[in-house]
Write a protein that binds this ligand. Structure first.
Ligand code: ACO
Length: 275
């Protein structure tokens, strides 16, 4: 198993993250269990760096949390005067007028990068959720392609209850999974959804007993690895685009993708017969 390089390791540790890469599989662990894996701006920047520096061998990314919670969301210290130790406080800068609209937009966009890359077609991303996934924690799980929940999972889009909106790219996958009306109900009541309801609402692909979570993730990873990676990437891209296309457009996209696959398979077959 390859761990992150030492300088990256320091950045990740400071951000409350751990990364391990074993062949085709990277595991990102939210590793601040004493704070229920609460995340800060530094966490999201480091997550973006993980995506940027992912070894090309990696085709599956598992996001998991250490301890009883997946993540309690944003570190609430970010809203207090002074903010999080060692990090510039955005709230202080807004309060004293030194962060203008453009900068605020840029900072949030930078945070969102920590979540956006999980949609990349060349990787399949899996959230393994035990315990609480609140606010930013739920948005992180929603950014993944697939979610496996332990039966003690509790999901909550808490932002509106704190006077905020969910802004870490979680609103789109939420609406796509549960529809706009249910998404509104969940966000505007900020209620907590247990694992069974999450499965009924299609917020989870699978719910398992807590002691079976690691095994279920390993089984899913093995099944994903059994499909050729190029076909998986082309299929993910096709499926991601489906909702935004008409049937004619999607049929054309299927033809284009298949032509690419057929050419690649023919070239492979020619190489195999030559050598
Ligand atoms: N930010 C900072 N510290 C946190 C956070 C957080 N989001 N969540 C938990 N902690 C800390 C607690 O303050 C506590 O610290 P202490 O040991 O110094 O007292 C420690 O982590 C353990 O937390 P407990 O509350 O004791 O753990 P418990 O298992 O009973 O409850 C739970 C876990 C439900 C997650 C609870 O901590 C909680 O409600 N946290 C706040 C959740 C929240 O509102 N997040 C923001 C959502 S909005 C967004 O993400 C944009």
């Amino acid at each position: 198993m390859a761990e992150a390089a030492p300088e990256e390791d320091g950045e990740l540790r400071a951000a409350g993250l751990r990364l391990s890469v074993t062949g085709e599989v990277a595991t990102v662990t939210l590793a601040r269990p004493e704070r229920r894996n609460a995340m800060t701006g530094r966490t999201w920047r480091a997550l973006a760096h993980v995506g940027q520096r992912l070894p090309s061998s990696v085709r599956i990314v598992v996001i998991t949390g250490e301890g009883p919670s997946f993540s309690a969301g944003i570190d609430l210290a970010m809203f207090r005067p002074g903010g999080v130790e060692g990090e510039t406080s955005l709230m202080d800068r807004i309060a004293d007028g030194s962060a203008d609209e453009a900068e605020l937009d840029a900072v949030i966009a930078e945070y969102q990068e920590g979540f956006r890359w999980l949609r990349r077609p060349d990787v399949v991303t899996v959230a393994a959720v035990r315990g609480h996934a609140i606010g930013a924690g739920l948005q992180l799980a929603l950014s993944c392609d697939l979610r496996i929940l332990a039966d003690d999972a509790q999901l909550c889009m808490k932002e509106p209850a704190l006077g905020l909106v969910p802004d870490l790219t979680g609103t789109k996958p939420l609406v796509e999974a549960v529809g706009p009306n249910r998404a509104m109900e969940l966000c505007l009541t900020a209620r907590t959804v247990g694992a069974d309801e999450a499965r009924e609402l299609r917020l989870a692909e699978l719910v398992v007993a807590g002691d079976q979570l690691d095994g279920a993730v390993a089984d899913l990873v093995a099944a994903l690895q059994a499909v050729p990676r190029e076909a998986a990437a082309a299929t993910k891209e096709l499926l991601q685009g489906a909702a935004g296309r008409t049937l004619d457009e999607q049929a054309a996209a299927e033809r284009r993708a298949q032509a690419g696959r057929l050419r690649a398979l023919a070239a492979q077959s020619a190489r195999d017969s030559a050598g």
